[in-house]
Design a protein around this ligand. Structure first.
Ligand SMILES: [Zn+2]
Length: 87
């Protein structure tokens, strides 16, 4: 009986660890040939891009700025979208 309880605890711990792993997403800009790796998922990035600018949170705006400066960084350049991505 005690053994089964221990086994259940291990299973729960493994499950938590597996869901805790996040893969990196690479955002590319083919015009400049640059890449930016982020811990955000593709779905999270797409959700951010679909949001109007005035609804974005401070951290989302910071991410957009960071991503854009890493991918393009040229003032007035219209190569990519809001986060500097160009496929
Ligand atoms: Zn550019």
């Amino acid at each position: 009986m005690k053994a089964s309880i221990t086994l259940k605890a291990i299973t729960t711990a493994e499950k938590t660890t597996q869901t805790g792993i996040r893969t990196m997403t690479t955002v590319k800009n083919t015009f400049h040939g640059t890449e930016y790796k982020t811990r955000k998922t593709r779905q999270e990035i797409d959700a951010l891009l679909n949001k109007p600018t005035y609804y974005r949170t401070a951290s989302e705006k910071a991410f957009s700025r960071r991503c854009k400066s890493a991918l393009c960084g040229i003032a007035g350049c219209e190569c990519g979208n809001d986060i500097g991505e160009r496929i």
